[in-house]
Design a protein around this ligand. Structure first.
Ligand SMILES: Nc1ncnc2c1ncn2[C@@H]1O[C@H](COP(=O)(O)OP(=O)(O)OP(=O)(O)O)[C@@H](O)[C@H]1O
Ligand SMILES: [Mg+2]
Length: 234
């Protein structure tokens, strides 16, 4: 279980997150929503240890990981697919998966972990020899998700996996996330601005506005809640 408590985060003197708390229970799927620039990526980068909070803490499996470095968090079972699906553009799809797996200390899982990830994104199987820099946006996003998966995480942290991606691929990605959650029991912390996608997938939601949690609750109670939709409207 992931517990985020009272996080304050600043870039130099500009504070961006204010007293942000949330929890992802074991096997839960929590969606963080909010308009552009409200601090969603900042929150995920703090959960992953890319940014250090000026106050508050992050606990994983009962252990305080606030001071832990990003790669140690990956080894502790937290996988991350950052916004904009960064990959190693000069490496092939197969090499991208191998490098991430080895550097994460999951190498013991070997080919089985790669096969498992590819089963979820079968399109990638035909692209293993292609350089990642030549993938389409949708293909690169699937690679980014597969890269996060080969580390065999128990918690998957995803930043806007549908951003800039065509509807048919969005459905494939939604399907893959739903499978990971339902069949493999993965816990998922998802940032998503595409409300319908978030509502279909998530058990719980958190809405950020100007760096603060302004709404949170159970997704099934949100379906026709116009006050939350108003918070998300641009
Ligand atoms: N490296 C940085 N240095 C200074 N300010 C930053 C930095 N990164 C983000 N910010 C600012 O922090 C605020 C929150 O940014 P963040 O990227 O967390 O928002 P977001 O909710 O993920 O937005 P989006 O939906 O566009 O991805 C914004 O005002 C942004 O300009
Ligand atoms: Mg962002």
């Amino acid at each position: 279980m992931l517990v985020v408590e009272h996080l304050d985060v600043a870039y130099r003197r500009t504070q961006v997150l204010f007293d942000v708390s949330l929890e992802v229970p074991d096997g839960g799927l929590v969606c963080v929503m909010g308009r552009n620039g409200v601090g969603k990526t900042t929150l995920l980068n703090t959960v992953m240890g890319v940014l250090k909070p000026s106050a508050g803490r992050v606990t994983w499996d009962g252990q305080d990981i606030t001071a832990m470095r990003p790669h140690e968090r990956v080894r502790a079972g937290i996988g991350y697919a950052p916004q904009g699906h960064p990959t190693f553009p000069q490496l092939t799809v197969a090499e991208n998966l191998a490098v991430v797996m080895e550097s994460s200390g999951a190498a013991a899982a070997g080919q089985a972990a790669i096969d498992e990830a590819l089963d979820l994104f079968p399109r990638l199987k035909d692209l293993l020899g292609r350089k990642a820099g030549f993938l389409s946006g949708g293909q690169a996003q699937q690679l980014a998700l597969a890269r996060a998966l080969v580390t065999r995480p128990r918690l998957l942290v995803l930043d806007e996996p549908t951003e800039g991606i065509q509807p048919s691929i969005i459905l494939e990605i939604e399907d893959a996330i739903a499978q990971l959650h339902a069949s493999r029991g993965l816990s998922i912390l998802l940032v998503e601005q595409y409300v319908e996608f978030a509502l279909r997938l998530a058990d719980r939601y958190v809405v950020l506005d100007a760096g603060e949690v302004v709404a949170s609750g159970v997704t099934s109670e949100l379906a026709d809640d116009s006050s939350v939709r108003r918070l998300l409207a641009v």
